[in-house]
Design a protein around this ligand. Structure first.
Ligand code: ZN
Length: 429
């Protein structure tokens, strides 16, 4: 057994207390062995002036959309998708997706993210990028059937399920998969019911967008005579293994339904603000007992993948939505970005405790914007930035040490992504 000792810092415990402690990691098993006064490790990571916390979880993104960062802004969701994003995405190749995903991984590891959920195309290229980078991910091929004939609509669903079956457990088990119908309004109902049932039989969970905009809710209410999540429940789409992105426009009955089914919601505050989609009732969801995670959504609607930004946005927007400054307090925001995300994605991460996955972010508090430190958790929610992360560890392996990436060649990846993005924009024009 090879061990890693993270030494000299403070540790954020699962109960949100902060104590002076070291962390010992079993690098072979990828697990935390001990927290506190630990035996000496084979290797050490210095954590002086730092807080060791669970690695952040970006529970909803489209990683390769980094290539479309800043490509089209300041439009509502429908027009933005139809006029800009979908035409560009139609030109994407597997090599583009690989390059964009690698860029996303550089950015996420630099910001302390150790796990993410991706819904996109050319997903095997994403899985390969994840394997090389060393992070953990829940991946799915996104299905859209609008505008497709029966045969290609069916083939798209089959591709999603085939990918899920083939790649679950990939990269030494760090990759897990989903069936990923894009949303209730972009996938044909009959196919949705059929392939959801097939996914259940194969033990594959679901990741989909739901109740993101008011404009998406109305047509479902009109055609089905029920709210979108009641309809999703009829289609068998809500179980405790599933997670849906957004959940902005949910009513009280839908919140109770989510709580009863155990389906997690991934809140994406920056994307919801930028596309003016609305304010998710995060405080009400949490009070009802729904697992809430955080996601950046794609870089084109954010426009970065800094989960610390998201955490602050979630706390701020949650207060505005509830018209209550006590809503979504600092601890809740940190919980959503760590344990909440890990629970939504089904990873035994998100808590610094013995036996959990050794997925960790070591945050350097030796900075002017983090001085003084009355309360570490307050700083995590309101003042820490992704660039304050000093070391990132996933599955017991050091992915970034003293701000230097270990597994990825940042300069090469940035250059390749910039070239591919320029070429993509030219083709899409
Ligand atoms: Zn999305």
């Amino acid at each position: 057994m090879t061990t890693l000792e993270i030494t000299g810092g403070r540790v954020l415990r699962p109960d949100f207390s902060v104590e002076r402690a070291d962390v010992l990691v079993d690098q072979d098993a990828g697990e935390i062995l001990d927290v506190g006064d630990v035996p000496e490790g084979d290797e050490t990571l210095d954590a002086a002036d730092c807080l060791v916390m669970p690695g952040l979880v970006n529970a909803h993104t489209h990683a390769a959309m980094t290539l479309l960062r800043g490509y089209a802004d300041d439009k509502p969701l429908d027009a933005w998708l139809q006029e800009d994003i979908w035409p560009a995405e139609a030109e994407l190749t597997a090599a583009d997706v690989r390059a964009g995903t690698e860029l996303a991984l550089v950015e996420m590891i630099r910001g302390g993210v150790t796990a993410f959920a991706d819904m996109y195309f050319e997903e095997p290229a994403v899985a390969d990028a994840v394997a090389d980078a060393g992070v953990r991910a829940r991946l799915g091929h996104g299905v859209v059937t609008v505008g497709k004939d029966d045969e290609s609509a069916r083939a798209d669903n089959e591709e999603s399920l085939d990918f899920a079956r083939e790649y679950d457990g990939y990269a030494d088990g760090r990759v897990k998969t989903v069936y990923a119908p894009h949303s209730l309004t972009t996938v044909d109902d009959a196919l949705l019911a059929e392939f959801t049932a097939e996914a259940r039989g194969a033990g594959v969970p679901l990741h989909f967008h739901a109740n993101e905009t008011a404009g998406e809710v109305e047509p479902i209410v009109e055609s089905e005579g029920e709210r979108p999540l009641a309809h999703a429940d009829d289609l068998g789409m809500l179980t405790e293994d599933d997670f849906l992105a957004h959940g902005v426009h949910v009513d009280g009955e839908e919140i109770d339904l989510l709580a009863a089914r155990g389906t997690a919601v991934v809140h994406c505050p920056a994307s919801n603000m930028k596309l003016a989609s609305g304010m998710a009732p995060v405080q009400r969801l949490r009070e009802a007992g729904v697992t809430v995670a955080l996601g950046t959504d794609g870089a084109a609607s954010n426009n970065d993948l800094d989960v610390f930004d998201e955490l602050r946005d979630a706390a701020m927007l949650g207060k505005l939505a509830a018209e209550d400054a006590a809503a979504v307090p600092a601890e809740a925001a940190v919980e959503m970005a760590t344990a909440g995300g890990a629970d939504a994605l089904g990873f035994d991460s998100g808590r610094v405790e013995a036996g959990a996955n050794a997925d960790l972010a070591v945050v350097d508090f030796d900075a002017p914007h983090l001085t003084p430190v009355h309360d570490h958790v307050s700083h995590l929610a309101y003042a820490v930035r992704g660039s304050d992360v000093r070391h990132t560890v996933c599955d017991g392996r050091v992915l970034m040490e003293d701000r230097d990436l270990v597994t990825l060649d940042e300069a090469e990846i940035r250059g390749r992504a910039a070239d591919r993005a320029a070429d993509l924009a030219e083709r899409a024009d």
